[in-house]
Write a new protein. Structure first.
Length: 275
């Protein structure tokens, strides 16, 4: 159960009382009061009969302590339906496929969309649908329309840009708000354009890393979900920096996907609360 509401006294007591009324057992609970927005965030895992869930929600909704709330609940075993977008680099895609197949990620991958054919063999090896949607300036609107049709038809709850090297239109970003995650080499902010790791080598950087964030119309500036860094030295070649960077990217992206799929991420303005 996830709850966002105005921060005020009595919220935890109201939730606890509603669960106690149906003899539900709280298995996990995390909460945070955001002083900047005066919002309260709460994620609760509880054990109860399915028939008792709606009375719990009704009791919380009726409480005077819970104002202007967004309240949601889902079965813990429910898996997030996920669509992956990829171009030519396959390291993030391969990591997601492996973790999905091994049961490490609580997602159901409905398919993979790419603007290139390079990863078709890999995707089909895993028994998943692969859809090639080329993107040019002339076909971009049609390609994004096809993508949205897939999202709607497959009831997709998460779109993962696993090194999908296309800039999404503002309208598509809006349509996917809060359910599209991208990976970015965030600790190389001064190195824009092609070959950022080569630029980092030329400048002698000592830290490289990656950020996974929600997609917004502001390119690579969406609310950050996960980040990580690795220390490097002057001895690293550009090729070695690329390899280290790819390893960080895949790990950070997989963690962000898990956080989203387990409903651990709450949006609070331009940042996130992650339990």
């Amino acid at each position: 159960m996830t709850l966002t509401c105005d921060d005020r006294p009595g919220i935890v007591a109201a939730v606890s009382a509603a669960l106690l009324d149906v003899n539900a057992n709280i298995l996990e609970n995390q909460q945070y009061s955001d002083e900047d927005t005066n919002l309260f965030f709460m994620r609760t895992v509880f054990d109860a009969d399915a028939a008792d869930v709606q009375p719990v929600l009704d009791a919380i909704d009726a409480s005077p302590a819970v104002m202007h709330q967004h309240l949601a609940v889902r079965p813990a075993e429910e898996r997030c339906r996920t669509l992956i977008l990829v171009s030519k680099f396959d390291h993030c895609l391969l990591d997601l496929l492996y973790r999905w197949r091994s049961g490490d990620l609580p997602i159901d991958i409905v398919g993979v969309v790419s603007n290139h054919e390079d990863t078709r063999g890999l995707v089909e090896y895993y028994g998943l649908p692969f859809l090639h949607i080329p993107v040019t300036e002339d076909t971009r609107a049609d390609a994004e329309g096809q993508l949205l049709k897939i999202v709607d038809a497959e009831d997709v709850g998460l779109v993962v840009l696993a090194r999908y090297m296309q800039i999404l239109s503002d309208s598509l970003c809006e349509a996917l708000a809060g359910r599209a995650i991208n990976i970015h080499h965030s600790f190389l902010p001064g190195f824009k354009g092609a070959k950022p790791y080569h630029q980092a080598h030329d400048r002698g950087v000592k830290l490289i890393g990656a950020s996974a964030h929600y997609v917004t119309a502001d390119l690579d500036e969406g609310p950050i979900i996960e980040q990580d860094v690795v220390r490097v030295t002057h001895a690293e070649t550009p090729g070695r920096l690329v390899a280290i960077g790819r390893d960080v990217e895949r790990r950070v992206l997989s963690r962000a996907v898990r956080d989203h799929a387990e409903n651990r991420v709450f949006l609070s303005g331009r940042r996130t609360i992650v339990f």
